[in-house]
Design a protein around this ligand. Structure first.
Ligand code: IPM
Ligand code: MG
Length: 357
């Protein structure tokens, strides 16, 4: 089994190092190969997704990804910006199904900005379509405004679109995920305004016929945003498009108090996947040794479960993470009075130690 390790920028390298430590501490050894990506890819090879990095990602059984983006690359033309690396990997590898769980660990109930009774026991799964929608729709660009009150001025535009097959395949992933959980699926759309998402609703409703054991409801995205803070526990699995999923998954992650805790998986049709923390590259704290590595370590666990068929090893890592939280160890992002503040590498070491116990 070969794992491509793509640390990226900002805190990426330091958090990925901790996940690598954990992988190396398992009984079974995996072949790990690293390559630069994002700003690091640009610095090394003049492109955020260098050819060698893409080739490695394609050849590997799974990809562990840190994060990309740094202030110093913000002025590059769009095609060379670090974000293009992750978008390019998703598109080139067909990673259309993004799984973003938001789980509140009981030890961290106080870290949420919401009242404990609203979030305690929270366990929801957001499934975000990842290779379609306004993110990739063509045409897009800046042109001369063809009509209306602003005719003749410059205008920016993008295209929102979903093909039937794209909606069907993500709907299947979502219904199947719901079947393995509480059998409730909420499809989030904007069918009251957007053609694309009326179509989305119609197709999801049609796919539902194949999953009569799952309860499906539809919700407009604005209402979903509200319900996510009002009564988040009413949800089990949510499925939505790329753009809405980007926003709602950040929102859902914060219900748990720390985005530093949440892993994610981006899967293709054969469950090959890219695994990354739900948070970004946090360049402001990079290199300081304070970043929370748990989201990346938990992403490695998801990788073992979904792409490498090693559910038992995945469970061992997840239990080790629970154990260090029980011991009271906290990186600054989840620190509360009465707990023990630790750095990135100490946290990684603690998980390795807990694995052995
Ligand atoms: C995410 C990120 C990316 C996205 C960016 C970095 C392109 O926000 O994975 O949610 O918008 O998909
Ligand atoms: Mg995002």
């Amino acid at each position: 089994m070969k794992i491509a390790i793509l640390p990226g920028d900002g805190i990426g390298p330091e958090i990925v190092d901790q996940a690598v430590k954990v992988l190396n501490a398992l009984d079974e050894k995996f072949e790990l190969e690293s390559a630069p990506v994002g700003g690091a890819g640009y610095a090394a090879h003049g492109h955020p997704l260098p050819e060698g990095t893409l080739a490695l990602a394609k050849a590997a059984d799974a990809i562990l990804f840190g994060a990309v983006g740094d202030f110093k690359y913000d002025t590059l033309e769009r095609a060379l910006r670090p974000e293009q690396a992750i978008l390019g990997l998703r598109k080139n590898l067909g990673l259309f199904a993004n799984l973003r769980p938001a789980i509140l660990y009981p030890e961290l109930a106080g870290a949420s900005t919401l009242k404990p009774e609203v979030v305690s026991g929270l366990d929801i799964l957001i499934i975000r379509e990842l290779t379609g929608d306004i993110y990739f729709g063509q045409p897009r660009g800046v042109r001369e405004c063809p009509d209306g009150a602003f005719k003749g001025q410059r205008e920016g535009f993008d295209t929102m679109r979903y093909a039937e097959g794209e909606i069907r395949r993500i709907a299947h992933v979502a219904f199947q995920a719901a079947q393995k959980r509480d059998k409730r699926l909420t499809s989030v759309d904007k069918a009251n305004v957007l053609e694309t998402f009326q179509f989305w609703r119609d197709i999801v409703t049609d796919v539902h016929k194949e999953y009569p054991d799952v309860a499906l409801d539809h919700m407009y995205v604005d209402n979903a945003a509200m319900q996510l803070v009002r009564a988040p526990k009413r949800f089990d699995v949510l499925v939505t498009g790329n753009m809405f999923g980007d926003i709602l998954s950040d929102q859902a992650s914060m219900l748990t108090g720390s985005i530093g805790m949440l892993p994610s998986a981006s899967l293709d049709a054969n469950n090959k996947g890219l695994y990354e923390p739900s948070h970004g590259s946090a360049p402001d704290i990079a290199g300081k040794g304070v970043a929370n590595p748990l989201a990346t370590i938990l992403s490695a666990a998801m990788m073992l479960r979904y792409s490498l068929g090693r559910a038992e090893q995945a469970g061992r890592i997840e239990n080790a993470v629970k154990a260090v939280l029980k011991q009271g160890l906290r990186t600054p992002d989840i620190y509360e009075e009465g707990t023990t503040k630790v750095g990135t590498s100490q946290m990684g070491d603690a998980v390795v130690k807990a694995l052995a116990q």
